[in-house]
Design a protein around this ligand. Structure first.
Ligand code: ADE
Length: 258
């Protein structure tokens, strides 16, 4: 069982690479580099997709078609949408929706044309395992010095709707509109729902985990840049390590990696 691991920011993907026991040299295609090997007992292919839905969808398609991955884990950051969600919290997606997809009047708002759905789900069992990994990371492994630097107190794990669009949200009006239009959205990012749609179309289970880097309002871009620079890679490694370590090891992984 090979797991594809994707991230939109180089900081997060690069932080995983030192732990990868490579079984072949990296392969480049379509301006991306695919890294293959064993990671904490699992056969994986890791790629930096870059930001946005097109970049993410093409990377996911390449992982599924060319690298024959059987499931996909996307790890990254997001802006908070729900007032219940704060910087430093972790959101595990149960479903994902493209908030900028609007083919009205031909199709209902948000619906992916000809697929008859606006939400794409993640695999229930694996989502639960990812949630446990995120909770364990925050409880045990988490760097408290980082918390004080970013004013994070008692970070929490949420599970629910993640929304995606080709837009960085950093103003209160757009945030307010998203809250009204999609009242159950927990956070916003720029890739997850596109990856979830590709996975749905290929019958591949998809998982998305997001750490909250900003409040999607005034100055979000400043918090985002600082968070990605200083914190995001710790979360990406901490949660991914705990998730993979908690899953049955893949048969093709070398024993030394288990
Ligand atoms: N990723 C992280 N923060 C974001 C925001 N505010 N809008 C869109 N994507 C994001």
């Amino acid at each position: 069982m090979t797991i594809g691991i994707m991230g939109a920011m180089p900081e997060e993907v690069d932080a995983l690479l030192p732990f990868l026991e490579r079984d072949r040299p990296p392969v480049s295609s379509g301006m991306r580099t695919y890294h293959t090997g064993s990671l904490w007992g699992h056969q994986v292919v890791i790629v930096h997709s870059r930001m946005g839905k097109v970049a993410a969808a093409t990377s996911a398609t390449h992982l599924i078609v060319e690298h024959e991955i059987e499931s996909l884990l996307f790890t990254g950051v997001a802006g908070a949408i729900s007032p219940d969600v704060s910087i430093g919290d972790i959101v595990v997606a149960r479903s994902l929706l493209q908030h900028d997809l609007d083919a009205r009047p031909i199709f209902p708002r948000f619906e992916a044309p000809l697929l008859g759905r606006d939400r794409f789900g993640t695999l229930h069992e694996e989502t639960a395992a990812l949630e446990i990994a995120a909770r364990t990371y925050l409880a045990d492994d988490h760097d408290n010095a980082v918390d004080s630097e970013f004013d994070i107190s008692s970070p929490r794990v949420h599970t629910g709707l993640v929304i995606s669009g080709d837009q960085f949200i950093s103003d209160p009006q757009t945030l307010a509109r998203l809250r009204v239009d999609i009242p159950d959205a927990l956070c916003v990012e720029m890739e997850g729902a596109a990856v979830a749609q590709v996975c749905y179309e290929h019958g591949a289970p998809c998982l998305v985990v997001r750490t909250i880097s900003d409040d999607a309002s005034h100055g979000a871009e400043i918090d985002f840049a600082k968070f990605v620079d200083r914190v995001a890679s710790h979360y990406a490694v901490g949660v991914t390590r705990r998730y993979l370590a908690g899953r049955p090891a893949s048969e093709s992984a070398p024993r030394s990696a288990r």
